[in-house]
Design a binder for this molecule. Structure first.
Ligand SMILES: [Zn+2]
Length: 336
């Protein structure tokens, strides 16, 4: 497998422009801070939380019940719709970063993602009749999975007109609707529903999981990926982590996301953290002078001084112990 590096999927020479775009976006979002609303824990609905930190004017709190952390108060759905429609950051990614890195993103992110999904289907004897991807974006995942000829039907659910058109141009069946407007008869439900890196952006993630559960046949499988708020780079870097940003409202952890799936009528089959980049992300922040490890000699030894001999083994350890910041959950809809 081709090695995944930060440079390959986020070319450094383009990321300076992206930083400016992010700050412009944050400024836009904060012009509507007066409309932000208080919210309970997105995972367990508890209202008991304590302040965690602030970054770029957004406040993060941590749930005392399940340790999920989340933006609170947070932009309500109508503000989020307005924000994403005019996002300068998204326009920058679409214009510069995605085109420059598409081949390597396909090879290093989407091909392994499809391999993993097919492996999960095989291990859990999942029916491979139909698959729905919720939030299909450019359609790279759908086109990759369609190309494997395992599923009889692959459908992209994508509400943004430009992105939906792009999916269609790749020969993918598209439903151009937001997830909350999709109603399916029992006969139209799917064997697999997948959603990659969407749930962390949402105002009401529990409703999202419950809507996706409603799109599954009994016995069907839900796969969701998102950041792990208890993962290595997120916990180590804190506000210096690029994962901690104004777009990510919810930072679940393996236990809290599993509990949420159970509450939505699912049996959790697996929850794991296959991320490859945690150690490198922290190392790169240190090398760039944006994060200081001088008070942490043990981490400095592994991530800087003895990187060539220790780095990979350390990352492997994080993955094996569920401590990477990239998380997958696989859950099966209960058969009534
Ligand atoms: Zn909670």
């Amino acid at each position: 497998m081709t090695k995944l590096t930060e440079q390959a999927i986020r070319p450094a020479e383009l990321m300076a422009g992206q930083k400016v775009a992010v700050l412009t976006d944050v400024g836009r979002l904060l012009t509507r801070a007066g409309e932000f609303v208080e919210s309970a824990c997105p995972a367990c609905d508890s209202t008991t939380s304590h302040p965690k930190y602030e970054k770029h004017g957004m406040r993060y709190v941590e749930c005392q019940q399940c340790q999920t952390f989340y933006v609170n108060p947070r932009p309500p759905p109508e503000v989020l719709d307005w924000f994403y429609q005019g996002s300068v950051n998204y326009a920058y990614w679409n214009k510069f970063i995605f085109p420059a890195s598409e081949t390597s993103r396909r090879e290093r992110i989407f091909v392994p993602r499809v391999d993993r999904l097919l492996d999960i289907c095989q291990r859990h004897a999942v029916n491979t009749g139909s698959l729905l991807e919720v939030g299909a974006g450019f359609g790279t995942f759908c086109s990759e999975v369609q190309g494997r000829n395992v599923f009889s039907r692959v459908v992209a659910l994508e509400p943004m007109p430009d992105l939906a058109a792009n999916c269609r141009s790749r020969g993918i069946e598209v439903i151009e609707k937001p997830v909350e407007h999709l109603t399916l008869d029992e006969s139209e439900r799917f064997d697999v529903v997948a959603s990659f890196e969407v749930i962390e952006h949402l105002f009401a993630p529990a409703r999202f999981v419950s809507l996706m559960a409603g799109m599954l046949k009994p016995g069907g499988i839900l796969m969701v990926t998102c950041p792990n708020g208890k993962g290595f780079d997120v916990e180590t870097l804190g506000t210096a982590s690029n994962t901690v940003d104004h777009e990510h409202l919810n930072y679940f952890n393996p236990a809290s996301l599993a509990a949420l799936a159970e509450r939505c009528g699912m049996d959790v089959l697996e929850c794991f953290t296959p991320g490859r980049l945690d150690a490198e992300l922290v190392r790169n922040k240190v090398l760039a002078g944006e994060f200081d490890l001088s008070g942490q000699p043990f981490l400095k030894k592994i991530l800087i001084d003895e990187w060539d001999s220790q780095g990979q083994a350390f990352q492997d350890y994080l993955v094996s112990q569920g401590l990477s910041s990239n998380m997958w959950i696989v859950a099966r809809k209960k058969v009534r």
